[in-house]
Design a protein around this ligand. Structure first.
Ligand SMILES: Nc1ncnc2c1ncn2[C@@H]1O[C@H](COP(=O)(O)OP(=O)(O)OP(=O)(O)O)[C@@H](O)[C@H]1O
Ligand SMILES: [Mg+2]
Length: 243
């Protein structure tokens, strides 16, 4: 499978704290790749560096051969990267429809934007039902679905999700993950980070265990769940590397 995203020796530091230390990672076209790891492992730093939200101290991130590091967030969106940050940031006073339209602000193909909007309302009926309501009135699960659909409105090639299951009841997490697998079926490549290891493993083609700023173990769900080193890789290290 050819790689869409290639990460080589990516390092992210905050002052004297090294959050990521020379990470190598590759995500194939059409894959779902999961990064799992405990609190402070460096998961958000990884997504933020790819998206251009935090600067990298070194290394390279290419999307389809184009270097993404040093591009600001808006440019990375233009190149096809969409990110759903942790915490379901809807604009609470705007309606569901208005929130969705905001995801398409970089696009000029307005007829296609309208068609995409209708497509998402068909695919995710709960959004159609609530389309005229302020997003702040939606439940946590509905808000998570809204921010994912909003990110898809930019027509990304790569969708990055930061802990989409955080704080949601298990049944709702199932709905959010159904949406993630439907999104892959539409041809979008997905990189998801989670503390919810079981859920991420269940949908991912490949999972990497990140801990202390480094990838400790990688494999398919089957390989990882049968691996005696899994628990040590996930739980066994201090959360960050202090220099
Ligand atoms: N803005 C920042 N300034 C200083 N240190 C930071 C900053 N953001 C993250 N860190 C540190 O970098 C390390 C990695 O943090 P990061 O947020 O990437 O981890 P995470 O895996 O996303 O954790 P969580 O599961 O809590 O979201 C941690 O030690 C954290 O304290
Ligand atoms: Mg995080």
């Amino acid at each position: 499978m050819s790689a869409l995203l290639e990460i080589r020796k990516l390092t992210v530091s905050y002052g004297r704290i090294t959050a990521l230390s020379e990470i190598d990672l590759s995500v194939g076209v059409g894959e779902i790749v999961a990064i799992i790891g405990p609190n402070g492992a460096g998961k958000s730093s990884l997504l933020n560096a790819i998206a251009g939200v935090v600067p990298a101290a070194g290394g390279s991130v290419t999307l389809d051969g184009t270097e993404m590091l040093r591009l600001p967030l808006e440019e990375s969106v233009r190149h096809g990267i969409a990110m759903v940050p942790e915490g379901r940031h809807v604009l609470p006073g705007l309606t569901v429809l208005e929130n969705l339209r905001l995801g398409a602000t970089i696009r000029t193909d307005l007829a296609a934007v309208k068609a995409d909007l209708e497509g998402f309302l068909d695919a995710f009926p709960i959004l159609r039902e609530r389309r005229g309501e302020p997003a702040g009135r939606l439940s946590g699960g509905e808000q998570q679905m809204l921010v994912i659909a909003r990110a898809l409105m930019s027509r990304p090639r790569l969708l990055m999700l930061d802990e989409p299951s955080l704080g949601l009841a298990p049944r709702i997490v199932g709905q959010v993950y159904d949406m993630i697998t439907q999104t892959r079926a539409r041809g979008v490549t997905i990189l998801v980070v989670e503390q919810n290891a079981r859920r991420a493993l269940s949908v991912a083609d490949k999972t990497h265990v990140l801990n202390g700023g480094a990838i400790r173990l990688s494999g398919t769900a089957e390989e990882l769940s049968g691996n005696p080193q899994f628990e040590a890789a996930y739980f066994g290290l201090r959360a960050s590397v202090d220099e």
